[in-house]
Structures are given as C-alpha cells and as structure tokens.
Design a binder for this molecule. Sequence first.
Ligand code: HEC
Length: 160
Amino acid sequence: MKKLFILLSFISLISACGGGKSPEAGTGANPYSTGEPASGTPAYDPNRGLGKWTAENVALGATLDPAMAAAGEKIQAVKCVSCHKLTEEKLVGPGWKGVTQRRKAEWIMNFITNPDPMIDKDPAVQAQLELCLVRMPNQNLVDTEARQVLEYMRKNDGVQ
Ligand code: HEC
C-alpha cells in the first residue's frame, strides 16, 4: 500500500510539470527568463502592440479632420461593417464605440494594418478572441487608409 502511494505521488509529480520532463532534466535555461529571444527584442507592449506605429508617428490632431474621417467612413462601409457595429454592441467583432478611449491610437494603427501577430500576443485581444471566436482577418489596409479609418473612429467617439 505504501509503495503504491509513493508510486502515485511520483506520477503526479511528473505530470504536474507539463511537458513530461522530470525535474532533474535541467536545460540550463535561466529560470527568470521571460521567454523573449536573447537578441534583446523588447517584451510585448500592450499599449502599443506590434508594428511600426508609435505615439510619435501617429500624428493626431487636436480636432477632427473631417475629410479624413469621411474617407475612413467609406472604407469602413466596405471592409469593416460586416463585423463591427458603430455602437458598443458586438457583431462578429467588438462594437467600435469607445475604441479610441480603450486603445491608444498607435495600438489601433498597428492592429488594423497587421492583426495577426497581435492576436497571438495581446492579452486583451486574446480575451476578445475567446468571446468572438473569430480571428480578425487582415483587411490589407495601406497606411493612409488605416489612418483614415482611425479618424472615422475618433469621429464616432465624439471628437469634433
Ligand atoms: C470577419 C470579421 C471582421 C472584419 C471584416 C473586421 N474585423 Fe475587426 N475584429 C474582428 C474580431 C473578431 C475582433 C476581435 C479580436 C479577434 O478576435 O481577432 C476585431 C477587433 C478589432 C479591433 C479591436 C477592437 C477593440 O475593442 O479592441 C479593431 C480596432 C478592429 N477590429 C478594426 C477593424 C477594421 C478597421 C476593419 C476594417 C478595415 C475590421 N476590423 C474588419 C473581426 C473583424
């Protein structure tokens, strides 16, 4: 009976480690490593996301650019409206109302020009993915188009 108990606790010890490696099989890896590549790549920044856009290069005006917003509305009506409402209500993806307050402009620019790597890394997007059950497909927006859609989102959030 005692032997059986020892055997069982040994088995649970192994399975608790995931991956099936015994605790002694050290890899020599730094236990405090963040798992980021050693090349000095910075850790994922959930405020900015992944891509070339930063707080510095997304130039937001203090007021709305109505022409840019109008161009954004046209793009939205073709490429986004099938999945996003302008209200808070979810359709396939989250409603757009409040998105410019929830997310930084650079995050939105990075996400809408190249959603894939951010869907894989961003904790907030992962949570949305669990609710929406659909990965947002890349809509192949060029930079100008993305910036126009962002301006339209600002308009939708009340920027004048
Ligand atoms: C096929 C459906 C679909 C289309 C088309 C689509 N999206 Fe999405 N979008 C999603 C889903 C689903 C999410 C939630 C994240 C996920 O699960 O990938 C999302 C998330 C987003 C978010 C983040 C919202 C938030 O609250 O954080 C933005 C911004 C966004 N989409 C912009 C756009 C823009 C701009 C377009 C059009 C150019 C577009 N989407 C077209 C499905 C879509």
